[in-house]
Write a protein that binds this ligand. Sequence first.
Ligand code: SF4
Length: 99
Amino acid sequence: MVETGIDLLRICAFCPNPCRAAISEDIADQRESRTPSALAYLAVAVNEGYVRPDAETQTALRDMELAELCRPLCVYGFDVPAELRAFARQRFDEGTSGA
Ligand code: SF4
C-alpha cells in the first residue's frame, strides 16, 4: 500500500522500468542511473542512511530529464519526478526526513 512518498519510491526502486520505452534514442545521456527506478532507489538508500546525501547525490537526485519523459508511461500512474522533488526539497532544502 502506498501511504507516503517514500512508499511510492520504494515500489519504483524495485520496478523493472517498463516506462523506459519513453526514452528515445536521440537522448544523448542514456545512463541507467538517470532512470526513474534508479533515482527512486537512490532516494530510498539516502532515506535509509546507506548513501550520504553529499553534493553528488543531491545533483543526481535532481536530474529529472529521463524521469519526466517516463512519467506518462508509469504503469502505476505514479508521478515519480514529483515525489523525487518533494524528497529532495524535504531532505536537502528543509533538512527534514520527509519519510
Ligand atoms: S516510474 Fe513507474 S513504471 Fe517507471 S520504474 Fe517507476 S514505478 Fe516502474
